[in-house]
Design a protein around this ligand. Structure first.
Ligand code: NI
Length: 138
């Protein structure tokens, strides 16, 4: 458990009221956890920009009937085998598949993988969720 430090923050009343409404909708029970998460989010963003080792996930939805697309998606994943740690395939419905690809490694490579998958014909939606291995973030 890291050492906790208490500090005072001065904010405009309206800003704090807006923040309290926001975190209440997000089910936070106190401001400390919400502010800590915001700071952590910014540190993770910095980690992405600076090219250290990151963790994340690419989520894609694609048309299951496009047979060539399945090969293309597999080929792309083999090209990025160095950063892919796990892949989960879900048959969403008769037409669509959902694939969740967990990645760990260079943020640029993760971005390149996401871009390559997104641009494949038949991929309807692809998102890159940027997270962190949290080795340097408490
Ligand atoms: Ni499927």
């Amino acid at each position: 458990m890291p050492e906790l430090i208490r500090f005072g923050v001065s904010l405009p009343k309206e800003l704090l009221e807006g923040f309290d409404r926001l975190i209440s909708r997000k089910n936070y029970t106190n401001r400390s956890k919400a502010i800590g998460d915001l700071i952590r989010q910014e540190l993770i963003k910095k980690e992405w920009l600076e090219g250290k080792e990151i963790a994340g996930a690419v989520t894609l939805i694609y048309d299951h009937h496009k047979r060539e697309l399945l090969n293309k998606i597999t080929d792309i994943q083999h090209d990025f085998q160095k950063i892919i740690i796990s892949t989960q395939h879900i048959h969403l419905d008769h037409n669509n598949c959902l694939e969740i690809i967990a990645v760990k490694g260079s943020p640029q490579e993760a971005q390149n993988l996401s871009d390559a998958l997104r641009s494949a014909k038949g991929v309807k939606h692809a998102t890159l969720s940027m997270s962190s291995t949290c080795k340097n973030i408490q």
